[in-house]
Every structure is written in structure tokens, then in C-alpha cells.
Design a protein. Structure first.
Length: 419
């Protein structure tokens, strides 16, 4: 049974999203240990959402609800969010609605900026991380592989995201009203990960040149060499933040505070009069006191999402249809999987009968007996093909239980050849 616990930008306070993002890697490993019915988990934690996809296999002693309660308790303990508040904040999705939800998420249809570029890669990385740590199950793997396929289909067949929209680009669009000429602006990029690379590409589209990059991890020089940037070492960092016109942060911790900015301004003879800080990090990369410094404006994710455009319904119609169709096909495949035990039982019954009939043929093979054996095997194959094909058809339409019951009725007793 697939279950999704989801918190996103629409219904969850930004502070709660921050806390959940901080513990995403930790809970990915701990949630499967919270309850014996949880067979696997994939956790997706981004700047706008937190989602835990669980494969729950309830038995007679444990309900699915008890497993969900245990998972929520683990999240509450790890994040420090009150359990009741977390329960009210998170949406709980069950069954095939999980597939529809994930396919929409992976295709960018549930993002702050509809059709954003980054989310498909984030979903894939979340899945690959979980699989690499042995946290996935067959059901989760099928779900996320189909999500990847659906995302590609939406990108290639629908117009959503064809202009390369993303949070990064939206942030720079908002910033452009403050920056008269990007080509002459002094820009400092803090961070060297996937999101930093996306931010760099968007900055260059805007015309930014001579971009500096800094990373507390020490990866700045390599990133700078790879992308043709100017590296900023720790000793030069204070002066650089004071001299920058624009600072873009894309990392996972606080990297800029008011005291650091004050120290940098004191160290240079001519600090920039105005500074725009674009904080794209989750959790926040910029301390709250930076906003209070003279000439500083901070554009953070909470502000950016308030300016996100409304859905463009016409351009979304095709994408939503693709997602809905993929979810239906995934449900059909799941229902076919549910009748697999009955298929195996029927095949086994027919195979026993076939083996018994072949055993009755003369021990010394002749051309006639070989022809008879081939005919028997062909006939058994034709019979089973019809039975299984009919079972798959009925299962896909939601009548798999009726077919399984019929198979059990017919094939429950051991075959009795010769009667």
C-alpha cells in the first residue's frame, strides 16, 4: 500500500518547511524503522515541499493507520514540530492517488512556478539516494520509474516548462526591477551544487558577467574553473560581500549574517551603496538581521512564492491529461500485479496436468509421440494464454478479484489426469 505524507508551499508555513528540509536526509533512513509495516521510504525535500513516499504492508496485528502515525511521530521528533501541528499540516495521500500526485510533482505541475525545470531532477535524486541506501521496495521503484517517464513525456509533448521557467528565473525576474544593467553588476554566487549551477545559467541569460563564486566547503575554485568564474577565497569573502551589488545564495546553511556584512564594509574603502541578496537556500542561507542593514534588500523564497504566476490553464491541459493517463496506466499495472498469485497457481495446475499427460506417452520416443508432446504443450500454452490474458484484462478494469476467485474455484484442487 503506497502512502504519501506531503507538505508544500500552498498549505504549510515556511518555518515548518524549513525544519522538515533540515531533517530530510535523517528521516529517510529512520522512517522505515518507525514501524514494522513500513517496507521502504523515499523522501523528497526541496525548498518548497517535503514529501515522504512510504510502502506500507499492514498485517493482522497492525493497520496502515498505525504505520502512518508512527511515521508522523518520527517526523515530529526529528523536526521538533508538535505532532498535532504536523498532522494538520501534512496531507496524507493513499493508493493510486499517490501515483497521480507524484507524477504531477515530477512534471512540475505542483510547483510554485508551474513547469519549473529543477523538480524532475530533484525527484530522481531522492529516489536514487533511497535506492542506494536500500530503502526502496519494488512498488516504490515502479512508482518512481513511471514518474520519471511521465515527466519526460510532459516535457517533450506538452508546452509546460518549454520556456525553462524555474524559481531561479522567477527570482531574477523580480530582481531585474532593482538591477538596471546586469552586465555591469558585481555578482557573488555562494554555493556550488546543482541549484547554484542553475542560478549561474539564469544569471548569464540575464547578461551577468565576471561572476564571483564562494563556497565554505572549499569547492569554489573547482566550480569556478569549470564554469569560467572568479573564485573567492575565505580571506577575500568579507570584502567581496561588501563590494557586491547582488549576492545569490544556493546552499544548505546560513552563510551571511549582519555582523559579517558589517565587518566586510569596514574592511573596504568603497562598499556598494545598495545590495540585493537573493536567498534561494533551504533552510535560509541569510540571517534575519541582514535585512536591517542600510541599503540591503533581501529577496527570499517566501517572498518569491508570493509573486509566482497563476496557472496558465490552456497550456496545462495537455500536461494534466498526460499525468492522469499515466496514473491510470500505473493503477492498471498494479492491479495486474495483484492477480499474479492466481496466475502462478493456474500455470502450476496446468503444468502438473501437462507433465502427467506427457508421462503417459511411450517411454521410447517415436515421431508420433514427439508430435503428440508438441501438440500437448502447444495446446496448454494456448489455454493459459487465453486464461492469463483474460485475467489481465479484468484486473486492469478493476475486476481482478472476481477473476482470482474464479481461478481459485477451478484450480484449487490438484489435477487428476485421466478422469
Amino acid at each position: 500500500m503506497l502512502v504519501c505524507l506531503s507538505a508544500n508551499h500552498r498549505a504549510t508555513p515556511f518555518a515548518s518547511l524549513e525544519r522538515l528540509a533540515e531533517v530530510g536526509g535523517e528521516v529517510r533512513r529512520d522512517i522505515p524503522l518507525a514501524h514494522e509495516s513500513i517496507g521502504g521510504a523515499v523522501v523528497l525535500a526541496t525548498c518548497n515541499r517535503f514529501e515522504a513516499y512510504l510502502d506500507i504492508d499492514p498485517d493482522e496485528g497492525h493497520s496502515a493507520e498505525s504505520a502512518v502515525t508512527a511515521a508522523l511521530g518520527e517526523l515530529a521528533d526529528a523536526s521538533g514540530i508538535d505532532y498535532r501541528e504536523l498532522r494538520e499540516t501534512l496531507d496524507v495521500t493513499v493508493g493510486n492517488r499517490v501515483a497521480h500526485h507524484l507524477f504531477a510533482v515530477a512534471s512540475g505541475l505542483d510547483s510554485v512556478v508551474v513547469g519549473e525545470d529543477e523538480i524532475a531532477g530533484q525527484v530522481t535524486r531522492a529516489y536514487e539516494d533511497a535506492r542506494g541506501e536500500g530503502m526502496t521496495t519494488r512498488a516504490l521503484e515502479h512508482l518512481f520509474e513511471r514518474a520519471k517517464e511521465t515527466s519526460r513525456t510532459v516535457k517533450n509533448s506538452a508546452r509546460v516548462g518549454e520556456s525553462g521557467r524555474s524559481l531561479v528565473r522567477l527570482a531574477l525576474e523580480l530582481a531585474s526591477s532593482r538591477i538596471a544593467d546586469w552586465s555591469s553588476a558585481r555578482v557573488l554566487l555562494i554555493g556550488t551544487g546543482q541549484y547554484a549551477a542553475a542560478a549561474l545559467a539564469a544569471l548569464r541569460v540575464r547578461g551577468a558577467r565576471g561572476i564571483r563564486v564562494h563556497s565554505a566547503s572549499g569547492r569554489g575554485p573547482a566550480f569556478a574553473q569549470r564554469h569560467g568564474l572568479i573564485p573567492v577565497d575565505p580571506e577575500s569573502f568579507p570584502a567581496e560581500i561588501a563590494s557586491a551589488d547582488v549576492i545569490v545564495t544556493c546552499t544548505t546553511r546560513v552563510v551571511l549574517g549582519g555582523d559579517e556584512l558589517d565587518a566586510g564594509r569596514a574592511a573596504v574603502t568603497a562598499a556598494a551603496e545598495r545590495l540585493l541578496v537573493i536567498d534561494l537556500g533551504m533552510p535560509r542561507n541569510v540571517a534575519a538581521d541582514v535585512q536591517a542593514r542600510h541599503g540591503v534588500e533581501v529577496l527570499d523564497l517566501e517572498t518569491i512564492r508570493l509573486h509566482a504566476p497563476l496557472d496558465e490553464f490552456a497550456s496545462l491541459a495537455d500536461a494534466k491529461a498526460i499525468v492522469a493517463d499515466a496514473a491510470l496506466r500505473h493503477a492498471g499495472a498494479g492491479r495486474v500485479h495483484d492477480v499474479a498469485p492466481a496466475v502462478r497457481a493456474a500455470r502450476g495446475w496446468v503444468q502438473q496436468l501437462l507433465d502427467a499427460e506427457i508421462a503417459r506417452l511411450p517411454e521410447n520416443p517415436s515421431e508420433s509421440s514427439l508430435k503428440t508432446e508438441r501438440a500437448l504443450r502447444h495446446f496448454a500454452g494456448v489455454i493459459m494464454h487465453h486464461v492469463v490474458a483474460r485475467g489481465h484484462t479484468l484486473a486492469s478494469s478493476g475486476e481482478g478479484e472476481r477473476w482470482s476467485a474464479a481461478v481459485e474455484t477451478v484450480f484449487s484442487e490438484a489435477p487428476n489426469p485421466g478422469t
